[in-house]
Design a protein around this ligand. Structure first.
Ligand code: SF4
Length: 463
């Protein structure tokens, strides 16, 4: 998981898709993000965003560009905002002598005031410094008693300057510029920065990393920055992700608990397919089910705090045609959520996508009627977990709520599916004895459905 220590999710460039983007970050491997404020309005908005999403935290502050417009009383409002439990820093604050959007003496005054605020509330600072190295260093040195840690955000100075800030307890954050083709200083910094003081950030929607420069940036691209730093230092990107994640937790004093901080995983990508996790309910309790031992697959936690709506899933899927298949397979039986499943399938088919359901085949028993006609035109493949060639053995393995009726219901469901779905497949796991696998194969042949033996990974299989 990655920690993006600096992303302006409040920026109006995210107005069209903010919710979808933020909800999808967990699935893209982004564990946590800090959203710094740039002025009073964006500081307020950053707190609102952090309130809404468990994996987003906020910083509040006024950027040097807006120093001129900061009023004397704004410092009191920042103090109130800083008391919020999801506010973890004062920022972004500092000096910008490149654009000079605010008068330099006013920039310095507001910078010092906000450092004093950080000292008062006991939070680290997030520092913007562009072409103002000497004054930034001077102000920080003179106010060091009010500083309890901080970040030199998107650091652009020399290695010598970096060492000065590190000696004063600062972390050095690297962003998109380290990936740029003409990068020099950021590469020197990436090579020299002590790992225990390194952070990564996107500064999105700005500074999009290579090779996506020119597009809108978002926290999902932080992995490219980790990859580049890993390449420079001869490490693995996962190591950079782990180290910077831990560094950020320490600096921001965040206790990360995946179950608390992660968004529910409603969709998850594995290979070139996208999987949909609609529910944790199931009418079986299979001996081999991954749910008995693990929290998820492929690094995704599939236990849900709540079930998604079809609209949420459709939004998260986005362009369905980019995936080889959209597969309903999560930590539960997807046909239990039949209406949602079909509405999502309709949306996928309208985009030219392919739809598969991995199921225990008990939908008709669960709904008390034959639901398979509703699959027509919407479902390309139904993959039914057969697991055994007889009702008795099935019940021994799968412990269905319907007893041995489950097996007979499953066979009937398969024959009905054949009328409405192009591909119907029985699957068994390869731990069955060869004669049972053979008997299952014959059963599939008798019913005229396809047959597949799937690899069993001990205690890690789903229907
Ligand atoms: S393996 Fe599938 S059918 Fe069996 S309990 Fe798990 S989710 Fe349900």
């Amino acid at each position: 998981m990655f920690f993006d220590s600096h992303a302006h999710l409040d920026d109006n460039q995210f107005d069209g898709d903010r919710d979808r983007l933020i909800r999808g970050l967990t699935n893209r491997g982004i564990g946590l993000v800090v959203n710094p404020g740039a002025d009073m309005a964006s500081s307020r908005f950053a707190v609102k965003i952090a309130e809404k999403y468990p994996h987003i935290y906020a910083a509040v502050g006024v950027h040097p560009h807006d120093a001129d417009s900061m009023g004397d009383r704004d410092i009191y409002e920042l103090e109130k905002l800083a008391a919020h439990e999801k506010v973890v820093a004062i920022g972004e604050i500092g000096l910008d002598y490149y654009y000079d959007n605010s008068k330099r003496d006013i920039q310095r005054i507001r910078f010092i005031q906000q450092i004093e605020l950080a000292g008062h509330v006991g939070l680290p600072i997030i520092v913007h410094n562009r072409d103002a190295h000497a004054d930034t260093l001077d102000i920080i040195r003179k106010n060091i008693d009010n500083i309890s840690g901080g970040i030199m955000h998107c650091f652009s100075g020399s290695v010598e300057l970096m060492r000065e800030f590190i000696d004063m307890g600062f972390y050095i954050s690297l962003g998109g510029p380290v990936t740029f083709k003409n990068a020099k200083r950021p590469i020197d910094i990436a090579r020299e920065v002590p790992l225990e003081r390194l952070l990564i950030e996107t500064d999105s929607p700005y500074l999009t990393p290579h090779p996506f420069r020119g597009r809108r940036n978002d926290p999902g691209y932080v992995s490219l920055i980790a990859q580049k730093i890993a390449q420079i230092r001869g490490m693995r990107a996962e190591e950079v992700a782990d180290i910077t994640f831990r560094n950020a937790l320490k600096l921001f004093n965040i206790e990360y608990e995946r179950d608390v901080n992660a968004m529910d995983t409603f969709v998850y990508a594995l290979g070139d397919a996208l999987y949909i996790n609609l529910t944790n309910k199931c009418t079986n309790s299979c001996n081999f089910c991954i749910r008995n031992e693990n929290t998820g697959v492929g690094g995704y936690n599939l236990w849900l705090n709540r079930e998604p709506t079809s609209k949420e899933v459709i939004d998260l899927i986005g362009d369905a045609s980019q995936y080889s298949e959209i597969i309903f397979c999560g930590y539960g039986e997807p046909t239990i959520k039949l209406d949602e499943l079909l509405e999502i399938a309709r949306s996928v088919k309208a985009q030219g996508g392919k739809v598969r359901i991995n199921t225990n085949g008990q939908a008709n028993l669960y709904h008390g009627k034959n639901i398979t006609p509703r699959f027509e035109g919407l479902i390309d493949t139904v993959s039914i977990s057969l697991n055994a060639p007889t009702a008795y053995e099935y019940q021994q393995i799968c412990k269905s709520d319907y007893g041995e009726d489950a097996f007979h219901g499953l066979l009937e469901f398969a024959s009905e599916c054949k009328k409405y779905v192009p591909n119907v497949v029985f699957t068994v796991v390869d731990v069955l004895s060869p004669d049972k696998i053979e008997a299952s194969r014959r059963l599939a042949e008798e019913l005229g459905v396809q047959f597949r033996v799937r690899t069993f990974i001990e205690k890690q299989d789903l229907a």
